[in-house]
Design a protein around this ligand. Sequence first.
Ligand code: UT7
Length: 329
Amino acid sequence: MQLNQRASITGIGSYLPSKILTNYDLEKMVDTSDDWIIQRTGIKERRIVENGEITSDLATQASLRAMEDAGVSPKDIDMIITSTSTPDHIFPSTSCYIQQKIGAIKAGTCDILAACAGFIYAMSIGQSLVNSGAMKTVLVVGAECLSKIIDYTDRTTCVLFGDGAGAVIIQGSGTLHEILSSSLAADGSQADVLIVPGGGSKNPASLETIQQRMHYIQFKGKEVFKLAINNMRNLIIETAEKNGFKLSDIDLIIPHQSNLRIIEATMEKIGLPMEKVFVNIEKYGNTSSASIPIAIDEARKEGRLSEGALVMLVAFGGGLTWGSSVIRW
Ligand code: UT7
């Protein structure tokens, strides 16, 4: 065991299902409009699984791409940590299915549940495992089939969410793309503002829970909206202070893609221009824990991650949970 490895992102991959659900499609399903959705959320379309595709399938494709990018073979992987709110099953973990599908026979496996902030939580654990020297190569995945827990008769939720997956490989391999720090936080007193109430030990699946549509996402949208902006603002400021840099030193913020208005209001509150934030919500909607790794992959492909750039990841979601990571690209 080699102590004090510098955990770095050595590979990135993402995968989106090919079926596109546009705002115009949703107009035919619920009382909504393309104009309303764009103005209130910034979303134009989202991806949706079909033909039996499940979370571990999306995760597997993203993982294989991240592994290829890092030049890592399945047997190199020591640990798979998947963040998801839509696992293939309640148990075993979705990471077990990913392990089987990619052939990572030496890897330990577990899932993390921290809703939309889950990828930051999972990455922070992967970072710690590598930093401590306990593991050499960790696959961290964010993958969601949110379309499976969306009520497509509820216009307040169905316009927001989409499916997708992203993955990174973390290794203690050097100075490039180093994860400098991670911060995690939560407020369990607000657990009920964003929730899937049915299907767990409190409300196990029954005819009644199904009739009451309790297996779908329910939220208090306005409350989450305000909490998201204030918490992300505070988190960005605290993260900069903790790491000893000024907000103006940040080259790119990659936020969880929940609502364009949340992102714009957060940037306004911290006094940074929209040029310093990566946004792709118009194409995919809110993909919960998949949104940040998908965005990292796209930001890199679009040339937004230059060598040495100071990058901050920031997410907020159900729990409530929130977290940030700082990466020197
Ligand atoms: O990642 C963390 C998870 N993210 C979230 O939980 C999302 C956080 N919340 C939000 O993004 C926003 O609160 C929403 C997008 C959900 C809603 O935006 P809003 O600006 O807060 O709208 P609102 O709830 O105040 O609704 C305004 C109006 C209402 O009609 P009245 O009462 O003014 O007549 C709603 O009934 O818009 C109506 N409305 C819709 N109209 C057309 C609500 N949903 C829709 C819809 N299409 N899909």
